[in-house]
Design a binder for this molecule. Structure first.
Ligand code: ADP
Ligand code: MG
Ligand code: MG
Length: 482
């Protein structure tokens, strides 16, 4: 058999169902993951590295069609440009989010900070964007699978570090399973290096050698090693970093008369947000004040408040309306085409006939859709019969405007083993989600860097509707291009 045919067929049953072999492979895979640094702190000690374990991952890499993979990489710089252009279009953002911020308190609070910064004359001479656009493959009938965007994350997009360490684990497993040729087709991947390159560029533009890159991190830090990969890339360039939580920041944050940001006596050149994307992150009023102070400062924020808002699901839905992408790429119909090809159906629930039609459609066939509130971090979306329950409750009130509706994407399941601590070794039917990392830096009008810097494949058992590695559902994976 040719390599392409063999790979397209996936891991053969004689390997998949050979319990003794699988057990042996899983044991080696776990050790190799630890050796490579595919690490996570444990639930028991989330804030100390005394006890660590491997980040959950698949035993085998998952087949992924090469054409769709290359399509996702190719569109990434356009997504970067799109996010950056929307972030400069105050009028558009106000219109897009007007209904949402009427009813969603969290979005409203973020929006209020955005408006305050605008009223004060803005604070964005250097813009640093690190995002991750996520996709699944929609399989309809005999058609080839089609790449469809799930969402774009403009804040705290994770796993750019650990995903650089999983390729060697899968190479080792494939070799042991007598799949040497496939092992040579696992791609190298190093998003952390590209993300750090963009942070370093922003740090240089800020222009003060003593100033620090602040990793703004959550109270609970199980995923510290993913972030350490980026820290390490910065230290290699002799750029100092430190990690601070809201608690640390609230106590010592201040601005000087030039709006330079200081935390714990150190001047901050860049704030890299790995926190602040969920309502529960802001556990006190001081947290909101600290966010406002950071936004007001001349430190580079990654993301700044406006780019954070661009990543909302509501903006994604508005972008899918006819004619909207053209606003951002007026002379580039091919770019519009390329981006739009990755959109699936997205529907507004605003008050009025359009929203009414969306609700009727969802109530009639709930299994065709996903209902999404303006939340991040996994586990917030609504599926199946629960869509009916929620819609029946909100359909006659403005509360419904807090949600958008989206076509459900249906990837073809593939058999694999999900390796996670304390879970029995059992074959599962799995679906994968491809993430592509983008990085850009702008100073004034000049876009100084705009790159696609790597990828992430996450895989989950198809019995789970929602995903997320941090949410405990998805695991790390690698694409095996077929
Ligand atoms: P979050 O910001 O919480 O990650 P997502 O939009 O990525 O929100 O949704 C979380 C998960 O739900 C995804 O990782 C995916 O597994 C599933 N999901 C989201 N949208 C769809 C969709 N349109 N079709 C199928 N699954 C989806
Ligand atoms: Mg998200
Ligand atoms: Mg997501």
């Amino acid at each position: 058999l040719s390599i392409a045919t063999r790979m397209a067929q996936g891991i053969p049953d004689e390997v998949m169902m050979n319990a003794a072999l699988i057990k042996q492979l899983a044991e080696v895979a776990r050790d190799e993951a630890l050796l490579q640094g595919v690490l996570m702190r444990t639930k028991e000690t989330p804030n100390s590295s005394e006890l660590v374990t491997y980040a959950p991952f698949t035993l085998f890499p998952s087949p992924f069609p090469k054409a769709a993979f290359l399509q996702a990489l190719a569109v990434q710089t356009h997504y970067n440009t799109l996010v950056d252009r929307i972030s400069q279009d105050t009028e558009f953002l106000l219109q897009a989010l007007a209904s949402t911020i009427e009813v969603d308190d969290f979005s409203a609070r973020l929006f209020k900070i955005h408006q305050q910064i605008l009223n004060e004359g803005g604070s964005r001479s250097i813009v640093l964007g690190l995002n991750r656009s996520d996709y699944m493959l929609d399989k309809r009938g005999d058609q080839p699978p089609s790449l469809k965007q799930i969402e774009i994350n403009t804040i705290a997009a994770s796993f750019g570090g650990l995903s650089s360490r999983t390729p060697d684990v899968h190479r080792r497993v494939l070799k042991m399973a007598d799949r040497l040729e496939e092992s040579q087709h696992i791609l190298d991947n190093n998003p952390a290096a590209g993300l750090a390159k963009a942070i370093a560029k922003a740090w240089e533009l800020y222009g003060s050698e003593r100033a620090v890159v602040m990793f703004f991190v959550e109270e609970v830090q199980r995923n510290v090693f993913d972030q350490r990969c980026i820290e390490r890339e910065l230290w290699k360039r002799n750029i100092p970093t430190f990690r601070k939580r809201f608690d640390d920041i609230c106590k010592t944050i201040r601005l000087d008369q030039d709006k330079r940001l200081f935390v714990g006596g150190n001047e901050i050149a860049v704030v890299y947000f790995r926190n602040g994307y969920m309502p529960q992150n802001y556990f006190s009023e001081q947290c909101w004040e600290a966010r406002l102070t950071m936004e007001r400062s001349m430190a580079v924020k990654c993301p700044d408040i406006v780019s954070h808002l661009v990543g909302t699901k509501k903006v994604q839905q508005v972008l899918a309306k006819p004619g909207v992408l053209e606003r951002f790429f007026p002379d580039q119909p091919q770019v519009v085409e390329q981006i739009r090809a990755t959109f699936t159906g997205l529907y507004s629930l605003d008050m009025g006939p359009e929203g009414d039609r969306t609700i009727a459609m969802a109530l009639a066939e709930p299994d065709r859709f996903v209902l999404k509130p303006q939340r991040e971090g996994g586990g917030n979306n609504i599926y199946g019969s629960e869509i009916i329950q929620v819609l029946e409750k909100v359909k006659d009130s403005s509360e419904r405007m807090a949600y958008i509706l989206m076509d459900k994407i249906n990837p073809a399941p593939v058999q694999n083993y999900l390796l996670r601590r304390d879970a029995p070794l059992a074959v599962s039917s799995c679906v994968s989600e491809l993430g592509v990392f983008g990085a850009y830096v702008r100073q004034g009008k000049d876009l100084l860097m705009n790159e696609c810097v790597g990828h992430l494949l996450r895989t989950k058992s198809s019995e789970h509707s929602d995903g997320g590695v941090a949410a405990g559902v998805a695991v790390l994976d690698n694409p095996l291009l077929v």
